[in-house]
Design a protein around this ligand. Sequence first.
Ligand code: FMN
Length: 367
Amino acid sequence: MTVERKFSHIEVCLNRNVEFDEKSTGFEDVELIHNALPELDLDEISTEVDFMGFRLKAPIIISGMTGGCEASAKINEALAVAARELGIGMGVGSQRAALENSELAYTFSIARKVAPDIFLIANLGAAQFSMGFGVEEALRAVEMIDANALAVHLNSLHEAVQPEGEPKFKGVLAKLKELSSSLSVPVIAKETGAGISMEIAPLIEGAGVKCVDVGGAGGTSWAAVEYHRALAVGDELHASLAKLYWNWGIPTAISICEVRSSSKLEIIATGGIRSGLDAAKAIALGASVVGIALPLLRPAFEEGSSGVIRYLKRFIEELKVAMFLVGAKSISELREVPVVITGSTAEWLRLRGVDVEAYARRTKIFK
Ligand SMILES: Cc1cc2nc3c(=O)[nH]c(=O)nc-3n(C[C@H](O)[C@H](O)[C@H](O)COP(=O)(O)O)c2cc1C
């Protein structure tokens, strides 16, 4: 059943509108200040970054999407080859199916096989840990792909609205703590489209987790995915639940600021990152790197690694131009540039006590 579900997720994401339609990431309210005298040449700009002990050539992680069926082995292979060629990181999708049936392990381990040296992230769901998974299953997932980190996905919205969902989240924080102290690789707490708030980030940090993937609102909506799936099988209850929560969540730009203001966690900014300019804004707000999922699915599925590489090369050029225009020669300089936040994003942040003026004047922002 897990295998069939994985394939139907891919099909729906390829063929339907699955993005937020009444809410955005908030990046349209975020402006970087143009620097008319950057005193550098575009070709001097370096996008290299140190992230969780790895040197990445660009601050990009291909977000965990798939595994568990034949089609997803091909997708993971294409994504991993692209990550290898571009020197960036990658996550695989939930490995639960392969823990249940070891014959499916190759659909994940293909990524490590074709890209022996990339920063590769294993993936399991929080609900599984709430329902009995522990260190042993986590170790098996990490070993399956010789992973450099384990992402535990926090997808309460998805579990609550999907027909075969398991909305069980009791005890997850304690499991995060146990995993952080027992595994030899770092743990990443990963939302999948509803964002992480300033209240939750310190709890995650306190559990010994080193990094959050904010997985904010504005990109792929898992409620939207489940709406289409429920409709297709005539499940009216779940279709209406999923429609109601289609636009639920903390926008990505806001989630970065909330997490940054309340913790020292490394941040992967995922959720609706659709251009190198979005990436530049996310990093200037405090993200370490960005994550991209949906835009890479079609090129990986239809064209293989060449399509993924073409998309990401353009994305990296867009990021470099943003860095040139703000006069940032490196990713660490980009983290220091002033950012003006206006509109409803600023209103939200002010109400929540985040110092928007400090971003604009680049005074003290970080905890
Ligand atoms: C087809 C597809 C499958 C996904 N499967 C997983 C998964 O198994 N585990 C997970 O943590 N996130 C999963 N995600 C969520 C992504 O990693 C990402 O957090 C989310 O899609 C937001 O990024 P985006 O707006 O760039 O798509 C999936 C996303 C897509 C599009």
